[in-house]
Design a protein around this ligand. Sequence first.
Ligand code: GLC
Ligand code: MG
Length: 251
Amino acid sequence: MTSFLFVTDLDNTLVGDDAALEQLNQKLAQHRQENGTKIVYATGRSPVLYRQLTTEKQLLPPDALVTSVGTEIYFNPDTETFDPEWAQIQSQGWNREQIVATAAHYSDLAVQPGSEQRPFKVSYYLTEQAATELLPCLESALKEQGLDVKLVYSGGKDLDILPIKGDKGLAVQFLRQKWGIDAQQTVVCGDSGNDIALFSVGEERGIIVGNARPELRQWYINNPADYRYLAQAHCAGGILEGLHHFGFLSS
Ligand code: GLC
Ligand code: MG
């Protein structure tokens, strides 16, 4: 077997079925050892919440960690220092204070905990009912001030405001270029809105787990491609199914 780049979201994608996770971990660890396959986690969580998850679940140490919805990259996840080159890209045109001040005018936006407010990510809770009306208004209010940002709504409850170059998909492109790995040798896995960027950025092989949220399912239906696979099984079970489908795993 040849090596590949394995990129996965954590919550409700890699994590959610402990038995399947154990099985997948074993295959990935062996593949990494024998072929040099690389493992990357791409999560919406902050480093603090990532570390918390590592105390609760059995996670293989990744070769790189992408946190905060793609806005931070750690080549050594044990340190607090994110990659400065990627941070430099994120900082272009980003004005955190002005974004926070603009969002403060919307009473339906409830600020997420302090740990989830990051240098290049501002996050709120927002109900689905309120989202339909609020999102276009907020978007144009930000635009009017010349703030070129990205609004990402996930799971019917989380709103992230990110730099225009900040998302999981662009972070994966950055890693692929650094490591010299083709899109055909890259597989990305996810379940919700903040994972759409993983699937839409290029022709990476995509695995959408069987428990995917409606926003990702809808996107998948609207954007059919033979390099994307909607699994039957949930979470790590769906990942295993997809890795076999694409021939990354043989047994
Ligand atoms: C994670 C983060 C949260 C973010 C959400 C969706 O739950 O902790 O801040 O809004 O992912 O991206
Ligand atoms: Mg998820």
